[in-house]
Every structure is written in structure tokens, then in C-alpha cells.
Design a protein around this ligand. Structure first.
Ligand SMILES: Cc1cc2nc3c(=O)[nH]c(=O)nc-3n(C[C@H](O)[C@H](O)[C@H](O)COP(=O)(O)O)c2cc1C
Length: 184
């Protein structure tokens, strides 16, 4: 059983998504100490853009396929995900490996994998809020992992992080409560 821990924030030790994704991994490890953790840092070791069809790194794909649980630190950058994380998605979306084209459209091949996304953002974009339609971060990741057939997809969300100390404190407490509620 392997946990793949992926981070993409460029904010190093000050990153909220990095500290929360580490807490998620610690929570999972506490429940299942025998799980192996593989860590991939997309900010300090960025992957190359795909330069041709099928040009993804087979090691990166294998690392994803070998994981039973994938924990992803995913900040919102300019309403979407960091470009470093987008490149990782390009490497793991491989026809015949993670999804295939069937008679009725694409079929995901990753139905046994569990994905937990830590979403951090400066503003508030939760469904029902005035800027919900500007969220191309969580929606993108939901569409992507749905394509891959992942049904066990959950989000730990810390938002409103740029809206003052009190909002930030509340956001972190809410995210920590979501982590404790995650099924291990
Ligand atoms: C390049 C960049 C772009 C950002 N764009 C947005 C944005 O579009 N909307 C938003 O609410 N916050 C935005 N932010 C704020 C981050 O989402 C917020 O600081 C979050 O905590 C980043 O996650 P991190 O702490 O893990 O680095 C941006 C931050 C950076 C560095």
C-alpha cells in the first residue's frame, strides 16, 4: 500500500497546502503505519512539458499507478492550478493506462485509487459564494480525476487565506477538522 504525496506550491515552508497535505499524510500513516509514502515535489523538481503525443515520463506514470492513495497539495493560482501541477496531470493522463476511449466515450481505469486534494486559496470560491464561477482549480481537478475513473475523491479546503488573520485562522481550523474527518 503506497501513498503518493504530491506538492506544487512555490511557497516552500510558508505554504498552507504543503503543511496541510503533510498533515493529511500523517493522518493516513497514523491509521496505517505500514503504508509507504513516496513524495514528489513539483515546484523544486518541475517536470518537463510534454513535447509530443505520448511523451509523458513512464516513471511518473508508474509512480501514480502504484499508489493506492494520492494526496495532492493544490493551491489556486490565477483561478486555476499551478502550471507545475498541470504538467503532472499531462504526464499521468495516458490512454490505455489511466483511461481509455470506449464506444460510449472515455472510460477511467483508476477506479481503485483514492485521491485527496488539499485546496488552498486566497479568496472564497465555495459553491454558492459570489465568486464560485471563478473556481477553475477544484473543478478542473474534479473533471480530471473523474476522467480517470476515480470515484473516491475528496477535498480538504482552506480558503479566504488572504482575507486577514481571523479568516486565515478559521480556514486552517476548518481544514484541520476536515483532515480529522477523513476516512483512513
Ligand atoms: C501566483 C499566484 C497566483 C494566485 N492566484 C490566486 C487566485 O487567483 N485566487 C485566489 O484566491 N488566490 C490566489 N493566490 C493566493 C493563493 O491561492 C494562496 O496564497 C494560497 O495560500 C497558496 O497556497 P500555498 O500557501 O500552499 O502556497 C495566488 C497566489 C500566487 C502565488
Amino acid at each position: 500500500m503506497t501513498i503518493l504525496h504530491v506538492d506544487s506550491s512555490i511557497n516552500g515552508a510558508n505554504s498552507v497546502s504543503r503543511s496541510l497535505s503533510a498533515e493529511v499524510v500523517a493522518h493516513l500513516k497514523a491509521a496505517n503505519p505500514s503504508e509507504t509514502v513516496v513524495f514528489r515535489d513539483l515546484a523544486s523538481q518541475p517536470l518537463p512539458h510534454l513535447m509530443q503525443i505520448g511523451g509523458g515520463d513512464p516513471v511518473v506514470l508508474e509512480e501514480f499507478l502504484s499508489a493506492t492513495t494520492v494526496v495532492i497539495g493544490a493551491p489556486m493560482y490565477n483561478f486555476g492550478i499551478p502550471s507545475q501541477l498541470k504538467i503532472w496531470l499531462d504526464h499521468i493522463a495516458v490512454p490505455g493506462k489511466t483511461f481509455r476511449y470506449g464506444a460510449s466515450g472515455p472510460e477511467g481505469l483508476c477506479g481503485n485509487q483514492k485521491v485527496i486534494v488539499v485546496s488552498s486559496r486566497g479568496g472564497i470560491f465555495t459553491s454558492g459564494s459570489p465568486y464560485a464561477a471563478f473556481d477553475h482549480q477544484e473543478g478542473h481537478l474534479t473533471a480530471f480525476f473523474t476522467l480517470l475513473g476515480v470515484t473516491d475523491l475528496s477535498f480538504v479546503r482552506a480558503e479566504g487565506l488572504a482575507l486577514g488573520e481571523e479568516m486565515q485562522k478559521r480556514a486552517l481550523e476548518a481544514a484541520q477538522a476536515q483532515i480529522q474527518a477523513l476516512a483512513a
